[in-house]
Design a protein around this ligand. Structure first.
Ligand SMILES: C[S@@+](CC[C@H](N)C(=O)[O-])C[C@H]1O[C@@H](n2cnc3c(N)ncnc32)[C@H](O)[C@@H]1O
Length: 395
């Protein structure tokens, strides 16, 4: 795993200028000149092809590789053993009724990926404890869940009581010493989709308390970083020249495979409008420079493009002259969105590499701390793109 980390580290460092430059900000990234055939191929893709490539890291690397050779190397580096086994418990009606859509299958896949479980479980940031209840039943073990959200804690305990489950939840902030005090050396700690700082706190507390086994599916590396900055956990990653920022971490998880069609359509329209406004503001200010605009709710799409421009211009202190007709900028935004969504695929080629770099940082930290680790892809990206499972056992 160290070897893979170093190979990823080299690729990411060497190509940082490419994956760090967003074609949203710059309509003509520097690599344009260097890879003319790549640009030509990207701009000829249909909308359906773009959507398909955005949702499949392997396919993206395969298709891009003839025009951008490093994609072939990335493709070989991001392969993980797959562990997509059949669930061993039959799905009960109650189970399916209480657990939302894809979560059922994610939990079954998580469970199938760790066939032998023999120690009391502690689920970190458990939400409604769906995973914990499932494992309590499957392995006939007690489960303690921790979550900060009082409403979720109450609902989780009601669900557990209704199932007569040997699982319960306590309200607790995972970032505090109180949470750490719940961990013991005889436990098996589990976490499914615990965001950045939350799973870091689990790993650090588990190492300190010598927790017997940790099974973790990390996600959203940019969230809950207490210092607001990313700090690698392992010595090797700390020594790397690659210094990641929160924006880079966000890139590692930018994927919309599981979003609904309606959400995706709205997101695209909002991006197109933002790009239209970008063209407008460059002209008004007579500065060929991107003007950062804070996140805006898709509810704004209920109005017109002209209203959207007024809203954003006011936010940014830009005055739209009466003589300017904003309509033409809507069409310019659509054109820019067409180009942006295609050029963005080059950045996305590095997305899984970045995610794996982060996962391997966590793995190497656990190895340094006396754990034997395995990594698997526990389910397909259609179920959840955050599908890398770390299983660590104390030696
Ligand atoms: C992405 S959800 C994952 C929930 C669950 N593991 C699942 O897969 O369905 C993250 C959970 O972390 C909880 N959370 C957020 N901040 C927390 C904190 N500081 N301490 C404990 N739990 C927290 C949220 O309430 C939420 O239930």
């Amino acid at each position: 795993m160290k070897k893979t980390f170093y190979q990823l580290d080299r690729v990411l460092t060497e190509y940082a200028d490419i994956w760090r430059t967003s074609p949203f900000i710059s309509s003509c990234p520097a690599w344009f000149q260097e890879y003319p055939e790549l640009t030509e191929w990207l701009l000829a893709l249909s909308d359906d092809e773009v959507d398909e490539l955005q949702g499949d890291d392997n396919l993206l690397c395969q298709k891009v590789a003839p025009y951008f050779p490093v994609a072939q190397e990335i493709l070989s580096l991001i392969q993980l053993p797959s562990c997509e086994k059949q669930p061993s418990l039959e799905r009960s009606y109650a189970w399916q009724r209480d657990v939302p859509g894809r979560k059922v299958e994610q939990i079954e896949a998580f469970s199938a990926a760790i066939p032998e479980v023999s120690d009391p479980l502690l689920e970190w940031c458990c939400g409604k404890l769906h995973l914990g209840r499932y494992l309590a039943e499957q392995f006939n073990l007690p489960v303690l869940g921790l979550d900060i959200n009082a409403k979720l804690v109450e609902q989780a305990n009601q669900l557990a009581q209704r199932m007569k489950s040997n699982a319960r939840v306590e309200q607790c902030d995972a970032l505090t010493d109180e949470a750490k005090s719940k961990l013991t050396s005889q436990q098996h700690a589990i976490a499914l989709h615990a965001c950045g700082g939350l799973h870091v706190s689990l790993l650090e507390a588990s190492v300190e308390k010598k927790v017997k086994r940790i099974t973790l599916v990390p996600c959203c590396y940019h969230r809950f970083n207490q210092s607001g900055q990313f700090h690698p956990l392992s010595k090797d990653a700390q020594a790397s020249c690659l210094k990641l920022e929160n924006g880079d971490l966000r890139n590692a998880v930018r994927q919309s495979n599981t979003a609904s069609d309606r959400t995706i359509i709205k997101r695209k329209k909002l991006q197109s409008w933002r790009l239209g406004f970008d063209r407008l503001q460059r002209e008004i200010r007579n500065v060929d420079e991107y003007l950062p605009v804070p996140p805006i709710s898709t509810a704004i799409l209920n109005g017109s493009f002209a209203q959207f421009c007024e809203h954003v211009a006011t936010m940014k202190g830009v005055k739209i002259p009466e003589a300017i007709s904003v309509e033409k900028y809507e069409a310019l935004g659509e054109k820019r969105f067409f180009e942006f969504s295609r050029l963005e695929l080059v950045r996305m080629t590095f997305r899984r590499a970045l995610e794996l770099w982060l996962v391997l940082d966590r793995v190497m930290y656990l190895q340094e701390s006396g754990y034997t680790c395995s990594l698997t892809q526990f389910c397909s990206a259609d179920l959840t793109p955050r599908n890398i499972l770390i299983d660590a056992v104390r030696c």
